[in-house]
Design a protein around this ligand. Structure first.
Ligand code: NAD
Length: 379
């Protein structure tokens, strides 16, 4: 029996509603496969501002550092919107990311057959580049999260008429995020595409140089290279050609939003931010990661039992896979989500996305979570 500690930051708005179901799912996995998950509930974001006056109390970061992984709901809401920047709930996210050193952001984007009609692309576009000739795609964007343009030197000229931001990358920063990408590709379809702008940018030329070197260490993985402008086009021309994409902070920010639009609801999309390659390749010890749905706190629907909990539940699956290396457990959670969707259950945000002729039943947050649990428990 293995023991793991998980920091929980339910956060604000719908955060606590969806995180509590993700915890139920983790517990069901623990029962079924013989693991014990110990939770440490922490405050951050709006709730922390209300209780302590600051978005990320030092105790929260300290306690999170002592856990093996962190599961987060979402933070923020109109109540705190007028606070100055350094006191806003979202500050907690940046503090957690830098404090826990999570430098690789993984965002899967897959088109589930049950939500086919949510994708704006035609069948022939989806089939193009799909090695199995199917109208779908399943890709993972690995975005460098703590370097590049968002962290480089920036400023203004004395008269304020000229501004600059600097894209800075070291070999070490590029290498470590590439290794996360290769590790993930090893668990998937074994293809990795490095996206840069090496025809123009010196920093991108370093990316390419480093990746050509690192690629030699992963002969079992097919490495390719694309310029970012071409990649943006290819994502909507033939998304099925991609498995894992590894790219810089700026390019990853933009491309992952583009990819997420192809999948349907924001309520379905999970993410992981990792401080290493993850247990993906059988790491001896858990690897710290922050796992969170990509959606925000959705104050407009909070407390109404209508939020989609699947993004949070799928984030828990990523936690099992990448922090603890529990692949079969992660697959079981993903299969249970699929089965709940197969049975026709839909939260409001994903209703009417299945295409013609499919029977759907609209359910609330709790019922959707329970449906996933039932599958896991084999009831
Ligand atoms: P949002 O993602 O919270 O909501 C956008 C829209 O999507 C809303 O209509 C909402 O009802 C819907 N939605 C979101 N999640 C859903 C779910 N699980 N099921 C069904 N519908 C869902 O984005 P926003 O409205 O721009 O932001 C609201 C607050 O969340 C803001 O304070 C923002 O700063 C914060 N935010 C936090 C995070 C985070 O904690 N990582 C991320 C984004 C936004």
């Amino acid at each position: 029996m293995s023991n793991y500690s998980i920091a929980l930051v339910p956060g604000d708005g719908i955060g606590p509603e969806v995180v509590s179901l993700a915890v139920d799912v983790l517990d069901a996995v623990g029962d079924k496969y013989g693991h014990v998950f110990n939770y440490v509930e922490l405050i951050a974001g709006g709730k922390a501002i209300d209780l302590t006056g600051e978005p990320l109390p030092a105790e929260t970061l300290l306690a999170a550092k002592q856990c093996d992984a962190l599961l987060l709901g979402a933070v923020g809401g109109p109540k705190w919107d007028t606070l100055p920047g350094h006191l806003r709930p979202e500050r907690a996210l940046l503090g957690l990311r830098s404090g826990l050193g999570v430098y690789a952001n993984l965002r899967p984007a897959a088109l589930l057959p049950q939500l086919r009609a949510a994708c704006p692309l035609k069948d022939e576009v989806l089939i193009a580049g799909n090695s199995e000739g199917k109208p779908d795609f399943d890709l993972l964007i690995v975005r460098e999260l703590t370097g590049g343009l968002y962290f480089g030197e920036r400023g203004r000229s004395a008269d304020g008429n000229v501004a600059f931001d600097t894209e800075t990358y070291s070999k070490a920063e590029i290498e470590r995020v590439l290794r996360v990408g290769y590790s993930a590709a090893g668990l998937r379809r074994k293809k990795l595409c490095v996206v840069d702008k090496a025809n123009v940018l010196e920093s991108s030329r370093l990316w390419r140089e480093v990746s050509r070197e690192i690629a030699k260490e992963y002969p079992g993985i097919e490495t390719s290279y694309l310029y970012v402008d071409n990649c943006a086009m290819q994502l909507i021309r033939a998304p099925g050609q991609f498995d894992v994409i590894v790219t810089s902070n700026l390019f990853g920010d933009i491309l992952s939003d583009e990819a997420s639009v192809l999948t349907g609801s924001i309520g379905m999309l999970a993410s992981a931010s990792l401080a290493g390659s993850g247990g993906a390749q059988g790491a001896a010890a858990p690897v710290m990661g922050i796992y969170e749905p990509i959606h925000g706190s959705a104050p407009d629907i909070a407390g109404q039992d209508i939020a989609n909990p699947l993004a949070a539940i799928l984030s828990a699956a990523m936690l099992l896979r990448y922090s603890f290396g529990l692949e079969k457990e992660a697959v079981a959670v993903e299969a249970a989500v699929n089965a709940a969707l197969d049975s026709g259950l839909r939260t409001r945000d994903i209703a009417g996305r299945s295409g013609a002729g499919n029977t759907e039943k609209i359910v609330g947050t709790l019922e959707m979570g329970k449906a996933v649990l039932k599958v896991l428990e084999g009831v």
